[in-house]
Design a protein around this ligand. Structure first.
Ligand code: GDP
Ligand code: IMO
Ligand code: MG
Length: 433
């Protein structure tokens, strides 16, 4: 029997999923993206070469893996065509090893325009989206007026659906947002060109997935974003528009009961890009040290999709416990441990104080979280370079204690520790470590 493993980020995204998935992908024959879209930016570093994947599953860097963009993903065909072209230019095989579900929804130009104008019209309450059209595309999907790849591949039907959609949205763009309407002929022609390029990849992925399950293949489900950006459980409304935690089954066609293991990935500190509450944020020297240290170690705390500077702060243990519990994680992976080498003492938030009361659970109301003051525990730092560590025993005692502290908060064993951005810089903890 093969294994189906789900990897999910436990924070606000950018936990280093690309790097860990790349490490794991070696053992998996199939890698599936199941939610989100080109808002994701997953970085893999192989020697001096750096790859950033947005829509294509990270498994593509392993030529024998079958990579599937599942039905739950919202796919911008322009972004996908460009990404495939850029990967091929760098010698990466993108051929029959990539499949795009014909049930995946198509991101259309009005989604991208609406994403930008609607977010900026919120003024000070802006979410700071990536502008990739994610929210409006999922909104059309839920409203049952979206267009799927199966329809994009059928020119007559696509034309019909596009005319109906733009008939409504052009009026909204003009009347509500004072924005230029979109030209239906131009959009049709542009999208039929993408359809031609993507036709070889578009398939009914349900049989593919089920053949893989029946054939005992190992399947890796590649989560995008992070649990605290989940549409239901994240810091609503400062979230993305997909189900990050529970989206794997409906977004891929894998039956829920066939997911064998969930690995939750957490940074050993927190970052967030875009607006929204972030109780442990350190908009000060600590945040600057984090950004500078990761840069010195070959990583980046700047958005891999938008280039925006990421907000940095100490680990939020309340949020970690909440996310790990919701994900039902069977194991935890910890990333960027090398970056904390810069600190003499390290703080971890284990509860919040709100209006004089101690709060140990993650509140639903973003305003409550906004005013939550972290209650910290302090741990001793190790202040030495750990980026060359290859085994658990190579880590200084303080670093192992810090990881064990995270493990207690998450309620599951830490099985992977990443100590640098490079493919090989990861420690796999043995059962008796
Ligand atoms: P993802 O969206 O979860 O895949 O994460 P991103 O790729 O957006 O951001 C993670 C950043 O941290 C990238 O620049 C990675 O190269 C880098 N990175 C990942 N793991 C480590 C690590 O263990 N140490 C260091 N120094 N950098 C890391
Ligand atoms: P990966 O997969 C970090 C954030 C945006 C914004 C909010 C809503 O690389 O971890 P959206 O465009 O999704 O409507 O934006 O979500 N966001 C991410 N932050 N990493 C990501 O993906 C993100 N995808 C979306 O910054 O705050
Ligand atoms: Mg990212």
């Amino acid at each position: 029997m093969g294994e189906t493993l789900l990897l999910v980020g436990l924070q606000w995204g950018d936990e280093g999923k690309g790097k860990i998935i790349d490490t794991l992908a070696e053992r998996f024959e199939v890698v599936i993206r199941f939610q989100g879209g080109a808002n994701a930016g997953h970085t893999v570093q192989i020697g001096d070469e750096k790859f950033v994947l947005h829509l294509v599953p990270t498994g593509i860097l392993h030529p024998d893996a079958l990579c599937i963009i599942g039905n739950g993903v919202v796919v911008d065909p322009q972004a996908l065509v460009e990404e495939i072209g850029a990967l091929r230019k760098r010698g990466v095989k993108v051929a029959e090893n990539l499949a795009v579900s014909d049930r995946a929804h198509v991101v259309l130009p009005h989604h991208k325009v609406l994403d930008r104008v609607a977010d900026s019209s919120r003024g000070k309450d802006r979410l700071g989206t990536t502008g990739q059209g994610i929210g409006p595309c999922y909104a059309d999907k839920a409203a049952r007026c979206g267009i799927r790849f199966a329809e994009l591949m059928d020119p007559g039907l696509f034309r019909e659906r596009l005319e109906a959609l733009l008939g409504t949205y052009n009026r909204i763009l003009q009347a509500v947002y004072d924005t230029e309407p979109l030209d239906c002929d131009a959009v049709y022609t542009e999208y039929q060109a993408y359809a031609k390029e993507l036709r070889p990849f578009v398939r009914d992925t349900v049989p593919l997935v089920h053949e893989a399950l029946a054939g005992g293949k190992n399947i890796l489900l590649e989560g995008a974003q992070g649990s605290l950006l989940d549409l239901d459980f994240g810091t609503y409304p400062f979230v993305t528009s997909s189900e990050v935690i529970g989206g794997a089954a409906p977004g891929s066609g894998i039956p829920p009961a066939r997911i064998d293991r969930v690995v939750g990935l957490a940074k050993c500190y927190c970052t967030r890009v875009g607006a929204g509450p972030f109780p442990t944020e350190q908009d000060n020297e600590v945040g600057r040290t984090i950004r500078q240290t990761i840069q010195e170690h070959g990583g980046r705390e700047y958005g891999a999709t938008t280039g925006r500077q990421r907000r940095c702060g100490w680990l939020d243990g309340v949020a970690l416990r909440y996310a790990a519990r919701l994900g039902g994680v069977s194991a935890v992976a910890v990333s960027v441990l090398d970056v904390l080498s810069a600190f003499e003492r390290i703080k971890v938030c284990t509860a919040y104080r709100v209006d004089g009361q101690v709060l140990r659970t993650f509140p639903a109301n973003a305003r409550v979280l906004q005013k939550a003051e972290p209650i910290y525990e302090e741990l001793e730092g190790w202040q030495c370079d750990i980026s060359g560590a290859t085994g658990w025993g190579d880590l200084p005692a303080q670093a192992r204690d810090y990881v064990r502290f995270m493990e207690e908060l998450a309620g599951a064993r830490v099985e992977f520790v990443s100590v640098g951005p490079e493919r090989k810089q990861v420690i796999e903890r043995k059962p008796d470590d």
